[in-house]
Design a protein around this ligand. Structure first.
Ligand SMILES: [Zn+2]
Length: 304
């Protein structure tokens, strides 16, 4: 009997304890699922206070899984002067995916998987866009003009790309290479969050599961979440895994034939630790049978 979820407030209810510990029987124990332990997320700040390109988390994780978080932080390097934005803008989805890093870290810890998180705001350069895209250096976002991104020249684009975008993606690529050197084909999980309202449309989905060519993780995760009950699950909603300009999953996972899935969790459900913990546990629980299948860990190249 699934627990009832207090989703609209993102708070676990009293039934949460019924699924707060792993079920007996076949579990992720062999792969290191651990629903306990401290959850400390890196903050994207170097010792001198500036933004960093990427942040490792649970680097010694033993599971054949890599968790990534493209929009983990709102950090903007000091030399960019906050891109001319007021503080309040940096508190919103315009600058980062609220709660996503918290969920990504908790999920990584629960799965005992390593994670790589970006250390810079998407307004500096969006790691989920190719560098040839205008959206990689958004001049406007959600109707808000970004003064520091107007008429960027090639020199500044390259500088930001080399300082942030490239090292982040190189960190992901190195971690994937490390798996391969161990003879392991890892599963790839990308964690995002979305706003509850977009362009006056109230999004009904609590969580969206994004998938495209690879059907090994997205569809079974959607089924498991739907079976849980009381959850409105978006199947490639509100964003689609088939979006032509997404970069991270397409480049690192789909192009290599890795089993992969993207998550979009509504930000107001995960903007506090209790909510992030709740959703990380639920996702881990629903992914558990998928990740426990040894047949998952194979490269499978697919074409449109
Ligand atoms: Zn995102």
């Amino acid at each position: 009997m699934p627990a009832r979820l207090d989703l609209d407030h993102g708070r676990p209810d009293e039934h949460r304890r019924h699924w707060a510990e792993p079920q007996p029987g076949r579990s992720m124990a062999d792969r290191g699922v651990d629903f306990r332990g401290p959850q400390t997320c890196p903050d994207g700040v170097s010792p001198d206070g500036s933004a960093v390109a990427w942040m490792p988390f649970n680097a010694g994780g033993r599971a054949p899984v890599l968790v990534v978080c493209d929009h983990a932080t709102r950090r903007i390097p000091a030399e960019l002067g906050q891109l001319g934005l007021d503080d309040w803008v940096l508190d919103t989805h315009v600058a980062w995916d609220i709660g996503a890093a918290d969920v990504a870290c908790r999920l990584a810890r629960m799965l005992d998987a390593p994670a790589v998180l970006s250390g810079f705001s998407r307004l500096v350069v969006d790691p989920n866009r190719g560098l040839d895209r205008t959206e990689a250096f958004p001049p406007i976002s959600a109707g808000i003009a970004i003064p520091g991104n107007q008429a960027l020249d090639a020199v500044e684009r390259r500088r930001r790309a080399e300082a942030f975008w490239l090292p982040y993606h190189e960190a992901i690529a190195r971690r994937l290479d490390a798996f391969r050197q161990q003879g392991v084909t890892p599963a790839f999980i990308s964690v995002h969050s979305c706003t509850p309202v977009y362009d006056r449309f109230v999004r009904p989905w609590h969580i969206g599961v994004m998938w495209d060519l690879d059907t090994r993780m997205g569809p079974p995760l959607i089924d498991a979440l739907n079976r849980w009950g009381d959850i409105h699950v978006g199947d490639n909603e509100p964003y689609s895994g088939r979006h032509p300009f997404d970069y991270t999953i397409d480049h690192h996972a789909e192009a290599a034939g890795l089993p992969c899935v993207g998550l979009e969790i509504r930000q107001n459900l995960i903007d506090e630790p209790d909510g992030a913990d709740y959703w990380a546990r639920l996702i881990a629980r629903c992914l558990q049978p998928v990740l426990a299948d040894d047949a998952l860990y194979q490269e499978r190249l697919q074409v449109h």
